[in-house]
Design a protein around this ligand. Structure first.
Ligand SMILES: NC(=O)c1ccc[n+]([C@@H]2O[C@H](COP(=O)([O-])OP(=O)(O)OC[C@H]3O[C@@H](n4cnc5c(N)ncnc54)[C@H](OP(=O)(O)O)[C@@H]3O)[C@@H](O)[C@H]2O)c1
Length: 252
């Protein structure tokens, strides 16, 4: 099969691309590094032509809610238009548990994206998950402010991006099936603790500042509303196991 994967070099996207290639599928990566900006969509229809599914795993890095909402709105609309022009019959989306219930900050963007995907003429599948273990890595990689690593105060139930990628590929290989059962990690963690442990593991010694994020999503992060409901499917790899498996700091 052929899959067009937006964000195909991102935290979850690169796992999907690797898995798909290993399974013998053809992959087309869509990102600015690969010459396509989803906000402008020049050449997008041509890039996704012939794909059995588009797997949308792009994400903005800005902290501005206005820019986040603009990113997810434009990218989802541009993809829907290109899919209709190219005759692509399956759009696979990845969202976050709680995005539509607590639509502020990043989650406002995800809620806008969900709305466009689920009302598009392209048949779709959507998986909602909790945060990735890699969220801690992304937070540290974003750098420091006044010498501090910054983490949101957040009760999380993280899972490995690699486990999410396995699910996404299975979904893309099948027929469109709407909203998938949610997927979450095996246990609750505290995000500032995850960020601190990741930073120490890669030899970064800066102090950590945990901050209360604004809005309904910020409150939900703090009060545990973003944890998975009790009956939610869970993966098995814990944050500690993920951390100890990381190649980049093995042997340090
Ligand atoms: N991280 C989490 O904890 C988490 C949890 C649940 C769901 N999700 C969802 O998973 C998806 C992927 O997230 P991630 O954390 O894996 O992302 P990520 O590591 O931040 O990677 C983002 C990707 O998007 C691409 N991108 C950014 N702006 C673009 C643009 N204007 N045009 C084209 N490509 C663009 C980037 O490549 P370029 O910079 O080269 O453009 C990169 O490949 C998102 O939908 C996110 O909401 C994430």
């Amino acid at each position: 099969m052929k899959f067009a994967i937006t964000g195909g070099d991102g935290a979850v996207g690169h796992h999907v691309v690797a898995l798909a290639r290993r399974a013998g599928h053809e992959t087309v990566v869509i990102s600015r590094r690969m010459g396509v900006d989803l906000m402008r969509a020049d050449g997008l229809t041509e890039r996704i032509a012939g794909a059995d599914a588009v797997i949308d795993l792009a994400s903005p890095t800005t902290l501005s809610t206005r820019k986040i909402v603009a990113f997810f709105t434009s990218s989802a609309r541009n993809l829907a238009t290109a899919e209709q022009r190219a005759g692509v019959g399956h759009h696979v989306a990845l969202s976050i548990i709680g995005a539509t219930e607590y639509p502020s900050g990043y989650y406002a963007g995800k809620a806008a994206q969900e709305e466009i995907v689920t009302t598009s003429r392209t048949p779709w599948s959507m998986l909602r998950t909790t945060q990735f273990h890699e969220f801690a890595q992304q937070t540290v990689n974003r750098g420091t402010i006044a010498g501090f690593h910054i983490s949101p105060k957040m009760r999380a139930q993280p899972l490995a991006a690699a486990d999410v990628a396995v699910e996404l590929l299975l979904i893309a290989e099948g027929a469109p099936r709407g909203l998938e059962p949610d997927l979450a990690g095996p246990r609750e963690e505290y995000m500032p603790d995850m960020v601190h442990r990741y930073a120490r593991a890669v030899g970064k010694r800066n102090p950590l500042l945990s901050v209360s994020m604004p809005g309904v999503a910020g409150r939900a992060m703090r009060d545990g509303s973003l944890l998975a409901a009790p009956a939610t499917r869970t993966t098995t790899q814990t944050f500690a196991e993920w951390l100890s498996s990381l190649q980049e700091w093995k042997g340090l």
